[in-house]
Design a protein around this ligand. Structure first.
Ligand code: 4NP
Length: 161
């Protein structure tokens, strides 16, 4: 079966999307039906943090949960919509920015909101940006991303049947 590529996108590519990339990678590695069939990456809407490791607060909170977030930030490019099969935004700003970047309906059809896959946090419709927040906001972002990635893994398993 052809490998599928998943791209996680947030505003700066230093907090939420590098976390989503690594959390999803770990789930895929631990899930026999998905292992070797999915590749993951992340990118930012903006260029501000290109070349940087994830925010030190996100790395710190990731470590508390057993993750090593180490993606090097990059800005999304138009051809990412050709290279990737699905592109996931984190909040409504990301969703409208992503929709503004696509050039055709094929690319548009690849865009998803990661929060739509959450099952354990009915009060949240997006994954809020923790950048201007505190420890609790980083912990919340990780919890929401873990929930969403688990839901996404289940959806991908169903799609493989
Ligand atoms: P992220 O968080 O989109 O989850 O990576 C942000 C990182 C940087 C900025 C905003 C959000 N910024 O304004 O530089």
């Amino acid at each position: 079966m052809k490998q599928q590529r998943l791209l996680f996108v947030c505003l700066g590519n230093i907090c939420r999307s590098p976390a989503a990339e690594e959390i999803m990678r770990q789930i895929i590695l631990k899930t026999p039906q998905l292992r070797d069939l999915f590749e993951v990456d992340s990118a930012g809407i903006g260029p501000w943090h290109e070349g940087q490791l994830p925010d030190s607060r996100m790395r710190y909170h990731g470590k508390l949960h057993g993750y090593d977030f180490h993606h090097i930030a990059r800005q999304i490019k138009a051809n990412d919509f050709d290279r990737f099969d699905l592109v996931f935004g984190m909040d409504s700003g990301n969703m409208s920015d992503l929709k503004g970047l696509v050039r055709d309906d094929r690319a548009l059809s690849k865009i998803r909101c990661l929060a739509d896959y959450m099952t354990q946090h009915p009060d949240y419709k997006v994954i809020p940006d923790p950048y201007y927040g505190d420890d609790e906001d980083f912990e919340l972002a990780i919890a929401l991303i873990e929930d969403a990635c688990a839901g996404l893994a289940n959806a991908l398993k169903l799609q493989m049947k």
